[in-house]
Each structure stands twice: as structure tokens, then as C-alpha cells.
Design a binder for this molecule. Structure first.
Ligand code: GDP
Length: 195
């Protein structure tokens, strides 16, 4: 995919703030610090479209970006930051659940998992949620440059087992440092954008 144009549209917290459009959208989810902002910037070839978080877990909004005037890339708020108060966590859950369960335009959810760590309880819940609601999804394994290539299989196995990944779920290994996986991610996104 050639990124010609990226436009920030809105930070939404409620469904009535989602753009009124039938344009398809692709959402990205993951725990805070997983590397979501860095990967979004890498995918879009931009330095700072998505803010690389200084304070993990601070963004509690659904950020909409319009890409090539063609589709929306949706940055869901990161979860799992320990210091977030319980009421903020609840609010997060409700906001994301509302989005994932209701948004008809949603064509694909990309769930980001750090290659170095076994998925957290929240990662498992998010994956189960996507599988349960039958939302098309894929797993993007992040920060691959942090471990040696020979260790990929061991780490991928733990991720697949912990999430109990469905057989046909695409898993793409990525790095925002090296650009690994970028083309593969866009190929997958393109496949889901065509109706
Ligand atoms: P977010 O909270 O999920 O948006 O995560 P960020 O994009 O802010 O990244 C969290 C930290 O991980 C930052 O210090 C990034 O520089 C670092 N990081 C993100 N992606 C990569 C990657 O692919 N490789 C390496 N080595 N570091 C990364």
C-alpha cells in the first residue's frame, strides 16, 4: 500500500462521535507499551501521527485517522496499565466493547502482542472477545528486533498457546525499528478492505 495521505479525524469516546460514514475501518488494539503508536507511525511512514506514549495508558480515546481518503485506521486505547484507577479501567472496557460490538464499518482488528512476553490476562480476554464476536482479526507480534530470529518460534509458540489462537488466524511478526512485517500487514489490510 502506498500511503499518500494521512489525516487525523477525531478522538472519540462515544459512538455518536464516530465518523458518520460507510467507509471501511481497521482497528489496532493492544496493551499499553506494546508498541502500537510506533507501529502505526511505521505503517503510515510518519514520524508522529500516533504519539509514542510518554505516560503509558494515558490515552483513553479512540483515535480515527483517514488514510488515502479511502479507509479509517482506528487506534484503540491501550489497556493493562497497572496504575490506572479501577473506574478508568471500567470506562475503557465499556468504550472498547461498545466500539467492537457495534461498529458496522469494522473490517479487521489487529491485536498487538509483544514478542518478548507471554500474553497477559487482558490480552487473552481481548482475543477471546474478538473470536467470540466473530470479528475478523489478526495478531501482530511487535518488537521482533528485540530477540534473535532463532528464538522467534519459541516465543510465537507461547503466544499461540496462551491466547489459544484459532487455526486460521494470521500472525505477522513486526518491528517498528526495522520495518519487518510492514508489507505483510498492508497486504492483509488490503484484502479486508475490498467488500
Ligand atoms: P504504545 O504504548 O503501545 O503506543 O507503545 P509505544 O509505541 O509508545 O512504544 C513503547 C516503547 O517501546 C517505546 O519506548 C518505543 O520506542 C518502544 N518500541 C516500540 N516498538 C518497538 C520496536 O519495534 N522495536 C524496539 N526495539 N522498540 C520498540
Amino acid at each position: 500500500m502506498i500511503i499518500r495521505d494521512v489525516e487525523f479525524i477525531i478522538s472519540a469516546v462515544k459512538p455518536d462521535q464516530y465518523p458518520v460514514t460507510t467507509m471501511p475501518e481497521v482497528a489496532m488494539a493492544g496493551r499499553s507499551n506494546v508498541g502500537k503508536s510506533s507501529l502505526i507511525n511505521k505503517l503510515l511512514n510518519r514520524r508522529s501521527v500516533a504519539r509514542v506514549s510518554a505516560t503509558p495508558g494515558k490515552t483513553q480515546q479512540i483515535n480515527y485517522f483517514l488514510i488515502n481518503n479511502d479507509f479509517h485506521l482506528v487506534d484503540l486505547p491501550g489497556y493493562g496499565f497497572a496504575k490506572v484507577p479501577l473506574d478508568v479501567k471500567r470506562q475503557w472496557g465499556k468504550m472498547v466493547e461498545t466500539y467492537l460490538s457495534r461498529r458496522e464499518n469494522l473490517r479487521l482488528v489487529l491485536l498487538l502482542i509483544d514478542i518478548r512476553h507471554a500474553p497477559s490476562k487482558e490480552d487473552v480476554e481481548m482475543y477471546q472477545y474478538l473470536a467470540h464476536y466473530n470479528r475478523p482479526h489478526a495478531i501482530l507480534v511487535t518488537k521482533a528486533d528485540k530477540i534473535s530470529r532463532g528464538n522467534y518460534p519459541k516465543h510465537l509458540k507461547i503466544i499461540k498457546q496462551t491466547l489459544n489462537v484459532l487455526p486460521n488466524t494470521p500472525i505477522i511478526v513486526t518491528s517498528s525499528e526495522t520495518g519487518l512485517g510492514r508489507d505483510e500487514v498492508w497486504d492483509l489490510v488490503e484484502k479486508h478492505l475490498v467488500p
